[in-house]
Ligand binder design. Structure first.
Ligand SMILES: [Zn+2]
Length: 290
């Protein structure tokens, strides 16, 4: 998926090899746009919006990919009509699963840390630091595990293809499959870097707040979660602005390391789809600018 000035475009290759597009115009409500201008708040709005849009576009890809496969028997289709995502709306489910994942990955490390090291020493900062390390290990393990499934592997290949296309475009070369393939699957300005920053920022913020019991620690983590997300987004923006500054650009590297997991080398046909999607986005933007 590519986000332009006026539109989000997802391209998908169907089984019959044709390329299909989903174009969702950006038409944010005025109050959403004003929220997006407020530092700290804009990160939270952005992440909720991204999970909603991401889910909608992924759902489109899955449906289009399945199209052209053997006709789906009617009873299966009827059953699918009662699925949770149909009832709640795909975008809403996307937001819910994001929040659920955030809760799990915020709270499970607290319990593990407390169980393993809770009575060993007194330092709150020490405990919070170990909690952060456990969180990274769990996240990396989780992403690695899901990347072994064919569906997520394909998704990560497309993610790599998108980074390549953007890098090629930024380098000013013509967008051909051959040119685009020469670029790295890692891109400095990637949303998945955000995950790494939430862990690091979390350790810093949680270290500042005292707690007595395990439950205080848990409740605190939940209450501070929006703060951590808001600050992490500002950190991401800040490191993006430093990408051309020598030495300081290394601040963005932890995010790039995570991309070694969330991107994979795409094949030529996947790069072709990404180029098509990117060109379509540019075209729609150009037409609406007229
Ligand atoms: Zn990315």
């Amino acid at each position: 998926m590519f986000a332009g000035q006026t539109v989000h475009v997802t391209a998908v290759r169907r089984k019959d090899q044709t390329i299909d597009f989903l174009e969702v115009p950006k038409q944010d409500k005025a109050w959403v746009n004003s929220l997006k201008k407020i530092p700290l708040i804009r990160g939270i709005v952005g992440i909720i919006e991204a999970s909603a849009k991401g889910a909608a576009h992924l759902n489109f890809s899955a449906e289009k990919f399945a199209e052209g496969e053997n006709e789906i028997p009617e009873e299966v289709e009827a059953k699918a009509g009662f699925s949770l995502s149909m009832l709640l709306g795909v975008a809403f489910v996307g937001v819910l699963s994001f929040l659920f994942g955030k809760f799990v990955f915020t709270l499970v490390p607290v319990f593990i840390e407390q169980a393993l090291f809770g009575h060993m020493f007194e330092s709150r900062v020490g405990h919070t630091l170990i909690e952060g390390v456990i969180k990274i290990v769990l996240l990396v393990g989780y992403i690695y595990a899901i990347s072994l499934t064919p569906m997520i592997k394909r998704l990560f290949q497309y993610h790599g293809a998108e980074h390549k296309v953007i890098s090629a475009y930024e380098a000013g070369v013509e967008l051909t499959v051959e040119n685009v393939q020469k670029f790295s699957t890692l891109h400095y300005r990637c949303g998945s870097s955000f995950i790494v920053f939430t862990v690091i920022v979390g350790v810093l913020i949680y270290s500042l707040v005292p707690y007595e019991t395990l439950w205080e620690r848990v409740v605190q983590r939940l209450i501070l979660l929006p703060v951590v997300i808001g600050v992490s987004y500002e950190v991401l923006r800040f490191t993006n602005s430093l990408r051309d500054v020598p030495v300081l650009r290394y601040l963005g590297y932890p995010g790039l390391w995570l991309q070694k997991l969330t991107t994979k080398e795409p094949d030529n046909s996947q790069v072709e789809v990404s180029i098509a999607s990117f060109n379509r986005m540019r075209e729609v933007d150009r037409l609406s600018a007229q």
